[in-house]
Design a protein around this ligand. Sequence first.
Ligand SMILES: C[S@@+](CC[C@H](N)C(=O)[O-])C[C@H]1O[C@@H](n2cnc3c(N)ncnc32)[C@H](O)[C@@H]1O
Length: 414
Amino acid sequence: MSLIKYKNQFFASCPPGLEPFLKSELESLGAKSLEETTGGIHFESFPEIAIKAILYSRVASRVYKKLYSFEIKTEKDLYYEMKDIKWKAVFDLEQTFKIQILQGKSPDGNKRSKFKNAMYLGQVSKDAIVDCFRKDTGHRPDVDKEYPDAPLLLRIEPNNNRHSQKETVTVALDMCGKALSFRGYRRLSVEAPLRENLAAGMVLKAGLKKNEDFYNPMCGSGTILIEGLMIKGDIPPSYIKVREYHQYESKEWSFLDQNFYAKDKYLVENTKKLFKEVADKASKGIEALESSKSQNVACEIDEKSLKAARSNLDTAGLYNVVKLVREDATVFGIKDFKGKVIANPPYGERLKQEELESLYRDFGEKLKNSFKGSEAYILTANFPMIKKIQLKTAERMIIHNGNLESRLVRYNLY
Ligand SMILES: C[S@@+](CC[C@H](N)C(=O)[O-])C[C@H]1O[C@@H](n2cnc3c(N)ncnc32)[C@H](O)[C@@H]1O
């Protein structure tokens, strides 16, 4: 069995449906050999490009550095292959680690992994790493399930051959720790908030431009609003984390402590420059939004949600660039508005069926009468409600909001 050692190979994950956006983001950052798969993109690049992806991608969930791959037939093979890896080069004895097992299907999608117990595979892999360190140093590193220095992902996949017992294991290091969707502005939340990278994906699908009017009705805690403002201002999504890192020296991404990074002087220096670039771009972007003539408006009916949106905008430093009002979206109109309306109305968690139906119907009516010349994008997981919006559908896109399959529907408002 042969062990493959990767040098400059990475994988960036994203919510399914957003892969084309991730691909073009990575391409524009200089990544090479991009290969799209469900839920992410494989790519080749120097580590500085992968770090750029962490700082600049709006839709990525995580970025992984691929370390090794090998084939196994049994759990015993897994143990010996894992024990043979030079783990000291990946992380130090004093550092903590964690293993996540992900069992995939064969590339043609027809065959499932034969290994039934993922927990056991995790245990075997952990024992192998511990025994490898013990053999070399006489001591073992600790596991930290919450904040490990080295979060490891083992992807185990069978091959297409029906008769083959072999499965491929790819070992990768999660460079992010906390998912990239946590931008750092959502200190207060509401019921059913959208994941930040999904909201960014919606805004990218809507194609919101720099000088275009932007309206986010039913804004909840303001996720679509803040992501939209960042896109309009060309503000990197990592700017709040970069700020926190400078203020508190907090560990915002796990790569900061990982050996491939921390022991590479050039990479550390280069990342310092990238952090400065992110902070500068954010300041410039906020200034541009402040002096822009285009409108940014959001409304919300519930006082508690409005409070969350205000506080999150404030954390993001974007409070002054938006008109945020407590209004009913079925009656509120905006003078001289022409641009993109992007909304995520309630799915029906709290409202009764009739209330929900009239909300969608009246909101559709409002769009038709007061937002002529604009485009509206509505995200919902409640498909029957789409029919209540008495507008002609221009486009219907599938978006996965966690486990919830949702539709993003476009309406051209003539
Ligand atoms: C699914 S949540 C939006 C969540 C938001 N995308 C976020 O990430 O925080 C829907 C929001 O619509 C608001 N809402 C419901 N009916 C409304 C109306 N008629 N006018 C304005 N807001 C309304 C609710 O209070 C709720 O905050």
